[in-house]
Design a protein around this ligand. Structure first.
Ligand SMILES: [Zn+2]
Length: 174
């Protein structure tokens, strides 16, 4: 069992021996901490880390013993910093990936719209060609008719004929 304090909130923490050296989240403040290799001097009963009024100040040898402790505290802060940077990087990467996906989808949509528009234009051109051909044939027919009869009767396109139209004309002519 290793006992130590969270270097951020000073919460007392106990971890099984298997947890030595592992990175854990403080149960109180959720900061990332490295579990030390051994119980802190404070919990070994060798030193009072925070001496109260009237108590002897920490003497020189104990001060030296505290150096690794302080190094560990600084290391913990460093780890917390790296962890938060890493989290930030991952988030940035995720955002970047999402943006690329969105951009690809937008380009795909544009491409599809462009293709649909091209298809529409092609179809319109094709039907215009068909219309031109029809007009050309009609024109040729009228020209032949003019050459034969010498008169070009105004013709109504078949689509504009109504039932009974021919009959009405015939009656007027008679
Ligand atoms: Zn904490």
């Amino acid at each position: 069992m290793v006992k130590f304090r969270c270097s951020f909130c000073t919460q007392k923490i106990s971890v099984n021996d298997e947890g030595k050296g592992a990175v854990i989240a403080c149960p109180t403040c959720d900061q990332s901490l490295i579990v030390p290799g051994e119980t802190s001097l404070e919990f070994q009963g060798k030193v009072v880390l925070y001496p109260g009024r009237g108590q002897e100040p920490v003497n020189q040898p104990l001060r030296a013993a505290l150096v690794p402790e302080l190094a560990r505290l600084m290391m913990n802060r460093l780890v917390a910093g790296i962890m938060s940077q890493r989290r930030h990087l991952l988030e940035t990467q995720a955002t970047g990936t999402a943006q690329i996906v969105e951009l690809e989808q937008r380009m795909l949509r544009l491409h599809e719209q462009h293709q649909a528009r091209m298809q529409e234009l092609e179809q319109r051109a094709a039907s215009r060609d068909a219309e031109n051909n029809r007009l050309r044939r009609e024109n040729a027919f009228l020209t032949r008719k003019l050459a034969i009869t010498g008169t070009a009767e105004p013709t109504t396109p078949p689509s504009e004929w109504r039932p009974g139209d021919k009959l009405a004309r015939t009656m007027v002519a008679e």
